[in-house]
Write a protein that binds this ligand. Structure first.
Ligand code: HPA
Length: 271
């Protein structure tokens, strides 16, 4: 794995990708931020050595290097999910590459279902904490001591100063930003009514199928990270309607304007 990482990093450096300051991972239906990036280099995942081929059709699977808010950023448009059959090590490979390319912090986004009844469809939720219900962990197996410790601390998985800045920007821009606990499940099916009740009881505010593996890898490497969910549906177990994936993607697209504004300002003003 370390050898592959080094080869990928050497390849990207040889393509001129060598001084990114911020890493960005864009979730399902949330690729629009890249339209704000002044692109220097764009590479399809399938030309990057050791990057798994992206499968989900609405994920573009592109690595974009360019300028946003006066900073050099490295953005991943399209991420890997465990339900697609990738290993956890494959899923976190891109964030490890970002770290080795020198990014100072990593921002992640995702689409999630709102479990907290006070959180409305179409609003955003800043992750304050998470619960990992994925059936596997990216740090399972021999520890890569060059990357981080065997038993990484998770007492503050989302960087407090990044989160403070995000809240400040949301307030100034009057963006509806909730804050809460994200639970990551494997999927790909959505949850049953009993499962939504269970997730609420154990303390989750929103549920999705991603992000936590990457956040674990970031914490392992000591890379500050922050994550924002776009809440695409309301998961009320007593009034549950069949979920329409097209509707989820459409809602993600509408709320994305706010996510884009938030991240753009953050990159311009932080660090
Ligand atoms: N459950 C899991 N993942 C999701 C949901 C949901 O309700 N909505 C968007 N992603």
């Amino acid at each position: 794995m370390m050898k592959n990482l080094k080869e990928t990093v050497a390849f990207l450096r040889s393509r001129g990708i060598d001084d990114a300051e911020v890493g960005i991972v864009l979730g399902t239906g949330l690729g629009n931020l890249v339209t704000k990036i002044k692109v220097i280099k764009e590479l399809s995942y399938n030309v990057i050595p050791h990057f798994p081929i992206a499968t989900v059709e609405f994920h573009f699977g592109k690595l974009i290097y360019g300028e946003l808010g006066g900073k050099k950023v490295l953005a991943l448009q399209g991420r890997y999910h465990y339900y697609e059959g990738y290993t956890m090590e494959q899923i976190v490979f891109p964030v490890r590459v970002m770290k080795m390319l020198g990014v100072k912090y990593i921002l992640l986004s995702n689409a999630a279902g709102a479990i907290n009844p006070d959180m409305k469809k179409g609003s955003l939720m800043l992750l304050d904490d998470h619960i990992n219900l994925q059936p596997d962990n990216p740090l399972r197996g021999p520890n890569y001591d060059d990357l981080g410790p065997r038993f990484p601390d998770m007492s503050a998985p989302y960087d407090p100063s990044l989160n403070a800045k995000i809240k400040e920007i949301a307030k100034a821009k009057e963006i509806d930003l909730n804050e809460g606990v994200y639970v990551s499940v494997m999927g790909p099916n959505l949850e049953t009514r009993a499962e939504y009740r269970f997730l609420r009881i154990i303390g989750a505010d929103a549920v999705g199928m991603s992000t936590v593996p990457e956040v674990i890898a970031c914490n392992h490497m000591g890379v500050p990270c922050a994550a924002i969910s776009v809440l695409t549906d309301e998961c009320d177990p007593d009034n549950l309607k069949p979920v329409d994936i097209q509707d989820i993607i459409e809602t993600a697209g509408k709320a994305e304007v706010f996510l884009t504004a938030l991240l753009e300002e953050l990159v311009a003003t932080y660090g």
